[in-house]
Design a protein. Structure first.
Length: 188
């Protein structure tokens, strides 16, 4: 065990002797091996030497409630305190594990929702591609090829133009309606 050195004031308080008595003890030739100099050449003396010199019990301290703390009592208190700390640590670990389980459940739920949204997005893309293809097919059917337009002349009949515009508007309207329905489907 490491040696504990006390200042003159500390040694006087622990031994119940005056500071002058501690100073006289330090000056004795036989005390030289139990002393050392600290900062500013302040003398310090070994706690065990003070205890043995004045016949004090080993490491006893008195609390503010005048309770004598013997080494045995300190060990008992230390064991009780350690047990209480371990119990508190275990409770804290259980609480953290519970929080972690809740967060894991939340993450699993979010991953599942994400997969569902990705699947809906794929379905939407398929529907939109199908609608675009249908719209393009309709436009091709309504619009004569360029070779026919050039043979008939640059003037198209008014009836064909109206039919072409009506079909295009109907296709656009269908796309808007389907897009709105698809949007509502994805939100729900």
């Amino acid at each position: 065990m490491d040696k504990i050195y006390l200042s003159i004031t500390e040694a006087a308080a622990r031994s119940g002797k005056s500071e002058m008595t501690i100073r006289r003890l330090i000056k004795k030739p036989k005390s030289l091996s139990y002393t050392r100099l600290g900062a500013g050449n302040k003398p310090f003396i070994e706690e065990d030497y003070v205890r043995k010199t004045f016949g004090l019990p080993a490491y006893n301290m008195v609390t503010s409630d005048n309770i004598m703390l013997t080494p045995e009592l300190i060990k008992d208190l230390s064991k009780e305190y350690s047990a209480a700390l371990l119990l508190e640590k275990d409770k804290r670990i259980q609480g953290l594990k519970s929080e972690l389980d809740k967060k894991d459940d939340t993450i699993r739920s979010l991953i599942q929702t994400n997969h569902q949204l990705i699947e809906r997005d794929r379905e939407s893309n398929i529907i939109i591609q199908s609608l675009q293809q249908g719209f393009n097919d309709t436009l091709k059917q309504l619009s004569p090829p360029l070779s026919e337009q050039s043979t008939k002349g640059k003037k198209a009949s008014l009836g064909n133009t109206i039919l072409y515009i009506t079909a295009a508007l109907a296709s656009i309207l269908i796309l808007v309606i389907l897009g709105t329905l698809l949007h509502r489907y994805l939100i729900s």
